[in-house]
Design a protein around this ligand. Structure first.
Ligand code: SF4
Ligand code: SF4
Length: 316
């Protein structure tokens, strides 16, 4: 499939990036072998960038997918570390578990941080130091905040941005899709690579998947979009859509019927509220001692599941 430059990084990427969040324990809970098979299928079809994160726990899946693959593949990961020492530990973990000496892209995983340049200054300093050490290829930022993406424009050390955008603006924390699109275009003009996330709002836009993906892929400045894919059929359909604009109608109708939702096993809930604190979209509340989700605001990111000490939240 078509490969394009990711901003000024020197990396070339397919327009569809394999997003690994749904493969791991926060969502579908596939084994590394199962997830690796899907990643490998996508690589063989021309996907050349794989997106992961410390939080996703999918390094074994990525490693499995890349094992013995001869083509050029880049890996982007993220650290949600609150401090420099933890950020270093996260990157070292990625290097170890991925079996690499360098991670191509490491993003500050700043979903809920309006100003990462002040709130995560120490993390950025460590990531830049590790770039100097040769352990990181490029440093970037992921965010659900327009303000953070706007601020990135003036920071040349941020080479890649990974913003949340979809055509209804679901999950954007401080404004509209149009405002995020403007911030994205400004980043692109400043030479940054841009790959978008949540084009389908975590599955909420699945019924209009084609229109939603075309919207994000068509935005000025968006180089690529990370999409979580759980079957070879999804991979084929997304690649067709991003490539020649041809998608098999019957396949798409089947895919667009799929529904995903957040499942909380309420009878095991202790009502501790840790999931509420983890939800950047304020989609959770504790009512009568157990957690409840507001499906109208939930973007199915699964981060609440990572925060739950009882392991009773899943995106299904
Ligand atoms: S409720 Fe959970 S899955 Fe939904 S947006 Fe909040 S953290 Fe994400
Ligand atoms: S974190 Fe888990 S146990 Fe605590 S309130 Fe949320 S769902 Fe219940």
């Amino acid at each position: 499939m078509q490969q394009i430059p990711l901003g000024s990084t020197g990396i070339t990427t397919s327009r569809v990036i394999f997003g690994t969040l749904p493969l791991g324990p926060l969502q579908a809970g596939l084994t590394p072998e199962e997830g690796g098979r899907l990643i490998r299928h996508a690589l063989e079809r021309g996907v050349s960038l794989v997106d992961t994160a410390t939080l996703y726990e999918t390094y074994p899946h990525v490693r499995e997918g890349l094992e013995g693959f001869g083509g050029e593949v880049h890996i982007a990961t993220k650290t949600h570390a609150p401090d420099g020492a933890t950020a270093r530990a996260h990157v070292e973990l990625a290097l170890r578990e991925l079996g690499r000496e360098r991670v191509d892209i490491v993003l500050l995983h700043g979903a809920r941080i309006a100003d990462p340049f002040t709130e995560r200054e120490a993390v950025l300093e460590v990531l830049l130091a590790m770039k100097e050490e040769g352990k990181i290829g490029h440093v970037g930022l992921s965010s659900h905040y327009i303000s953070a993406i706007r601020k990135a424009v003036a920071h040349p050390e941020i080479e890649v941005v990974h913003p949340l955008i979809n055509r209804i603006g679901m999950g954007i924390l401080d404004g509209s899709a149009e405002e995020m699109a403007e911030a994205i275009a400004a980043c692109s003009r400043a030479g940054k690579g841009v790959y978008a996330m949540k084009a389908l709002a975590g599955g909420n836009l699945i019924a209009e998947a084609r229109a939603s993906l075309r919207y994000v892929l068509g935005l000025p400045g968006v180089d690529a979009v990370a999409i979580g894919m759980l079957s070879e059929t999804e991979i084929e359909a997304n690649l067709a859509l991003a490539g020649e604009g041809m998608a098999d109608e019957a396949t798409w109708q089947e895919l667009e019927k799929k529904r995903r939702r957040l499942r909380i096993m309420e009878r095991f809930c202790k009502g501790c509220g840790m999931c509420v604190d983890a939800c950047v979209n304020n989609a959770l509340t504790v009512v009568d001692g157990s957690a409840r989700v507001d499906e109208a605001t939930c973007v199915l990111c699964g981060y609440c599941g990572a925060a739950c000490p009882e392991f009773i939240i899943r995106v299904v």
